[in-house]
Design a binder for this molecule. Structure first.
Ligand SMILES: Cc1ncc(COP(=O)(O)O)c(C=O)c1O
Length: 489
């Protein structure tokens, strides 16, 4: 229970902040608000301690803290006083506003980036392909984390390997070798904080400002931004129903020295297209011929629902041109910030040395906990469960779109991934997708035009609708809301 005392001071033992800091904050607030003025005497430490019901040392520590911050001065034998040279409350408020609102130095150009706003419960979000938080294996993860911290905390909570926890690298290497056809060991891998961190490290290792990097004409803006941040000049490669058009990359390489090509061959982002084998071979050939680093962003590999899984480009790379990037953001949770890079070893060493001076290392305790989930088979079981659930959600979303929006939106079930790619507009009749999305927000459903992914910012008459975040009933409701938000005809 809080205790009320002179000038409304309150300290509460149940609060997390230590008592002496609570007291110091209370007195500083009283000075700021003008309830205590310059030169005012504070009560003696014994009196203050008695009136608050705290130990005298607590009061002495609070006064010391205030003196160190310049709020009060102690005068030998006469007591503690509010400092004389405090700015007036009004002046200090103005000064605060000035420092908060303006910057007195030059900034580099801003970069585009996505935001992840929180929406109130009951609002359905179709812009994301992230896991449903209700399905996360939090109990298993918590158990593993606790076990690891108790057993190995003293070894893990120190500076460690820039490349990440050896157990997790081993688990990842085994998974990549057995399920994805890569011939890698733990030493060919670096664990990152999500694929975004991987892309940043790769960009720093490859790009000298002014270098040309090719990206897909439709792609994730945050991925492009990582390369812009490193000073790359970006050029776009068109995307068709078979993924990135490798012929166009080859033509581009005829005119520019292309340092790297960032590509999503497995489920093209955002169109979900799977790149066929012949085009994959062509891409590896063009990359080897022009010495282009192929950055394979394989962000949702586990979620393939039809037929045999398609192996990554990296599994067929004999020329050492592919830098393979994976993530646990879709498999487990994006907030874990766990991803990885598999690449020729000298390149892994290079990005490890960049990490040494940017981030030093990742969260080794969490990495070790996830390594346990790999080793116990829990992660594989979780992925299997999620695959069944997401497949059913995909079918529910496709059915709902056909039922509710059949005249306006055409959609095919994608063979894999976390979202559908839906064409908007029928009989050549254009639809203002931005206006529709704005009305959708009022109906408590969030979607947006695929223009958000376009390199040139031009309108794209498609939507990418994510199906992983919500269950079948919620998806049906979300699509009904989309239909309600359509313009009247
Ligand atoms: C294509 C693609 N690449 C990379 C990322 C970054 O993912 P993360 O950094 O969480 O691994 C995302 C996130 O949505 C993505 O869609």
């Amino acid at each position: 229970m809080a205790l009320r005392r002179p000038f409304s001071l309150a300290v509460d033992p149940a609060e997390e902040l230590p008592l002496y800091l609570q007291l110091a904050r209370g007195i500083a607030d009283a000075i700021r608000a003008g309830r205590l003025r310059a030169g005012d005497a504070l009560p003696g430490s014994r009196t203050m301690a008695r009136s608050l019901g705290v130990n005298r040392n607590t009061v002495l520590s609070a006064y010391e803290e205030l003196a160190a911050e310049g709020w009060v001065v102690g005068r030998r034998a006469s007591g503690t006083f509010v400092a004389e040279d405090l700015p007036s409350p009004l002046r200090s408020r103005r000064a605060q506003a000035a420092t908060a609102a303006t910057v007195g130095f030059a900034l580099a150009s801003p970069i585009e980036h996505d935001t992840f706003p929180r929406h109130p419960p009951g609002v359905f979000v179709l812009t994301r392909g992230t896991p449903d938080p209700r399905l996360l294996p939090t109990i298993e993860l918590a158990r593993a984390y606790r076990r690891v911290l108790q057993k190995d905390g003293r070894r893990l909570l120190v500076y460690g390997d820039h490349r990440g926890h050896p157990g997790l690298r081993l688990g990842l290497a085994e998974m990549l070798s057995s399920a994805r056809g890569l011939t890698v060991t733990a030493d060919d891998l670096l664990v990152t904080r999500g694929s975004q961190n991987a892309l940043d490290l790769i960009a720093r290792a490859l790009v000298t400002p002014g270098d040309v990097v090719a990206v897909e004409a439709l792609g994730h803006p945050v991925v492009r931004a990582a390369f812009r941040l490193a000073g790359a000049r970006l050029r776009s490669v068109p995307v068709d129903p078979h993924g990135a058009c490798v012929g166009d990359l080859e033509r581009l390489a005829g005119n520019h020295r292309i340092r790297a090509f960032v590509v999503t061959p497995h489920h093209q982002f955002p169109t979900t297209a799977v790149m066929p084998a012949a085009r994959r071979m062509q891409l590896l050939h063009v990359a080897a011929q022009h010495r282009i680093a192929v950055i394979e962003d394989d962000y949702d590999h586990e979620f393939h629902y039809e037929g045999r899984p398609v192996l990554p480009l990296a599994s067929a790379d004999s020329a050492g041109v592919v830098i393979y990037v994976g993530t646990l953001s879709k498999v487990l949770a994006p907030g874990l910030r766990l991803g990885y890079v598999a690449a020729p070893r000298p390149f892994v060493d290079r990005i490890a040395s960049i990490r040494a001076v940017t981030d030093i290392q990742g969260d080794l305790v969490m990495e070790a906990a996830v390594a346990e989930l790999f080793a116990s088979g829990e992660l594989v079981r979780h992925v299997g469960r999620m695959r069944r659930i997401y497949r059913s959600r995909r079918d529910a979303l496709v059915a709902a779109v056909r039922r509710e929006l059949g005249n306006t939106v055409q959609v095919e079930a994608p063979p894999g991934g976390t979202a559908v790619w839906a064409r908007v507009g029928s009989d050549g009749e254009p639809i203002d997708i931005d206006g529709w999305a704005r009305r959708g927000e009022q109906h408590r459903v969030i979607f947006r035009s695929a223009r958000a992914y376009a390199f040139d910012g031009a309108e794209v008459n498609h939507l990418r609708l994510g199906f992983t975040l919500h269950d079948e009933d919620e998806l049906a409701t979300a699509v009904r809301r989309m239909a309600a938000a359509l313009p009247a005809r």
